[in-house]
Ligand binder design. Sequence first.
Ligand code: FAD
Length: 385
Amino acid sequence: MDFELSEEQILFRDQVAKLAGRELAEGALARAHAPGFPFDVAKLFAKHGLMGITIPEEDGGQGGALMDAVLAIEQVARACPRSADVVQAGNFGPIRTFAEYATPEQKRRYLAKLLAGESVIGLGMTEAEAGSAVTDLRTSAAPDGDGFRVNGGKVFTSHSAEADVFLVYLRYGPGVEGIGSVILERGMAGFSFGEPSSYLNGERWCALYFDDVYVPRENVLLGPGGFRKQIAGFNAERIGNAARALALGRYAFDAARAHALARRQFGRPLCEFQGLQWKFADMRTRLESARLLLWRAATRADRGLPSAEDTAMAKLACNEAGFFAANEAVQVMGGTGFSQEALVEYCFRRTRGWQIAGGSLEMMRNRLAEIVFDRRFPQRPPKPG
Ligand SMILES: Cc1cc2nc3c(=O)[nH]c(=O)nc-3n(C[C@H](O)[C@H](O)[C@H](O)COP(=O)(O)OP(=O)(O)OC[C@H]3O[C@@H](n4cnc5c(N)ncnc54)[C@H](O)[C@@H]3O)c2cc1C
């Protein structure tokens, strides 16, 4: 067993670190507080091969492995936490599910702009009445001529204020087997948006409304029976969620460490107080152990999609470790850590959100319990009779 990165991975990691340090570190604070998607960063990453890292070369990607994309998130976040979202959008999010299942014609139409950093894709999965119970979704596609009429709506879609393409989960018929997905474009007749709303973490989202939107057959990504494939693709998104949570926890840890060395109270540097030393010991241990699970999940997936078990464990561990470290870092840094002049409070707010987004901590635990006991634990009440 080898816990070290390969020579190639070290080379890639160091190249990304250099690029991020040179181009992104300086504007990191301003970027964290700027609304909107940083398309300038996306274009920079496109130029340097950091978009579509795991997408095959014949589709315009880099043909790399999931672990490369995880390393990219880690290194980018060390210089600029906000820019890690761009690595997510260009590699792990709906773009990955799209690239996995799209037809050659669909890839030709949408991938080039996404991989060039000129456009971003949103994922419309959650509905007002279908959150953790995502298979309760009601957005529907009814056959109409050579396409479908889509009706319904979505909430909480990341990048919904800026995206011009959306991967939308919907149902063609009843039950889990009726679920699939389509690609919608901003501007389609009947597709409208609510006013932007903000999360605690500063991200904005708009409600999506579908009022008899006509979707041609060419825009169907997955037909009925596509739900399991979509969730398999979504596991890649969860790895990106986990990687960012861990990377921002690490950023906060590093900032708090530097602060504890420099800041003096009672005539001594903070790092000499045992009450704070133990916080660092715990932060470090949790970050490192979560990273082992993350790296294992990514390495086992290689050029494919990560398994549900590896993903659930990695997301649970990274979400908890990242938030734990960011929260402790705020405490260690006192008023400075709680202030918007430092990025630690930003890391705290972002890592909090990832405990809910992409499948909450509780849903990850539910999934793992089923794996542990090798049986289903239906969450719905038993049917009468
Ligand atoms: C920052 C952020 C970004 C997001 N981005 C997107 C996006 O891009 N696209 C998208 O479609 N959605 C997105 N979401 C929505 C996200 O997927 C949902 O918020 C999440 O699935 C939880 O659904 P809910 O908010 O409706 O909470 P609910 O499902 O109502 O759950 C409320 C609480 O109850 C718990 N709970 C529910 N059921 C169970 C159970 N069976 N056992 C134990 N506990 C349970 C949950 O864990 C949670 O703590 C985002 C959310 C956040 C916070």
